[in-house]
Design a protein around this ligand. Structure first.
Ligand code: FES
Ligand code: FE2
Length: 337
């Protein structure tokens, strides 16, 4: 198993209308992505096979991508369908073909897989269900997927990086059970309270019991779930897309069901999500600067158990192993925030 065997988001569906081409980077590979005449997303290596211009700098007409240099025309599966300098005498040939990759579209995201996929894309929670709304934002982090994913399911940093907005220091003891199994890490919190900063007033106005679980799904998805009593339910799901070893594009979705308030809170959720994620972008940039200078040698305490499990899963894939074969582990941890 390699990182190339998974599906990665390359755009929201709405970001790729017909007759548009977008450039993306995925695991170091450059991609030019556009829609063919049927509307199907096509992902080509962002390199014209003629003289190596960048296809993503070209234009799309009638579902065909035209290279910006000499105008070679590419169709589905990267086939060259026309060469302007050859006009009518051009003969399509099997070997005249740009490298192309698998695509699929699901739940408003376009995905690309660079090799043979081992599973379908991650299913976004409650997608398309009545009474659920979702807000999606995208941020580029100057760091790798492992450190991004760890950050998104890390409670201890919230009091220092997001003071007030997300949590405040209250020297409160939190108990969690962390499990690693089948390429997943699941952290369930037993005594979560309303120490949720700005969010508290609308998240849980009646101080109902809180269910909180943080999850990591190999190789790059985190999902945070909160349930407040019967009627308020929230997921924050992040797909961290590896552009290269120090750049990760993160698609974050807040999906929520707040009963009659669901639609009203959309602008509030968007504003708060951008504010919080902006703070994480800054702290992860600083972390990457130090990693670039001193390397990745980390110290751990029991409060870092989630991270140790996430790292073990990602390290297994990096070695070409299947992390689902790692032994199942469950650990009870207490920590303070
Ligand atoms: S480099 Fe693309 S057509 Fe010549
Ligand atoms: Fe954060």
């Amino acid at each position: 198993m390699k990182f190339e065997n998974f599906w990665y988001v390359v755009a929201q569906s709405e970001a790729l209308p017909p007759n548009k081409v977008i450039a993306r980077q995925l695991l170091g590979e450059w991609l030019a992505i556009f829609r063919d005449a049927k509307g199907q997303a096509i992902a080509l290596q962002d390199r014209c096979i003629h003289r190596n211009s960048r296809l993503s700098c070209g234009s799309v007409r009638a579902g065909h991508l035209h290279c910006p240099y000499h105008g070679w025309v590419y169709g589905d599966q990267g086939r060259v369908t026309a060469v302007p300098a050859e006009a009518q005498q051009f003969q399509p040939r099997a070997q005249l073909r740009a490298k192309h990759y698998l695509t699929c579209e699901q739940e408003g995201f376009i995905y690309v897989c660079l090799a043979e996929p081992i599973a379908p894309p991650f299913a976004m929670p409650h997608y398309g269900e009545p009474n659920w709304q979702r807000v999606r934002v995208t941020h580029r982090f100057n760091n790798n997927v492992t450190n991004c994913a760890e950050n998104f399911i890390d409670i201890p940093h919230t009091v220092s990086v997001h003071p007030g907005i997300f949590r405040q220091t209250k020297h409160q003891k939190i108990a969690m059970t962390v499990s690693r199994r089948e390429g997943k890490v699941i952290a369930d919190y037993q005594n979560e309270t309303n120490n949720l900063g700005w969010w508290s007033w609308f998240l849980n106005p009646h101080q109902e019991p809180i269910f909180h679980s943080d999850r990591f799904f190999m190789p790059n998805v985190t999902s945070v779930e909160y349930r407040f009593g019967q009627n308020r339910h929230l997921f924050i799901t992040s797909q961290s897309i590896p552009e290269n070893p120090t750049s990760t594009l993160v698609y974050t979705e807040a999906a929520f069901n707040y009963g009659i308030w669901t639609k009203l809170v959309i602008p509030f959720v968007r504003f708060t999500a951008k504010r919080i994620i902006g703070q994480d972008v800054k702290i992860l940039k600083i972390q990457q600067e130090v990693i670039t200078k001193y390397g990745t040698k980390f110290a751990h305490t029991p409060a870092d158990t989630i991270h140790v499990f996430v790292e073990s899963i990602r390290e297994a894939i990096a070695k070409g192993e299947d992390p689902r074969l790692l032994p199942d582990k469950t650990v009870d941890v207490t920590f303070w925030v």
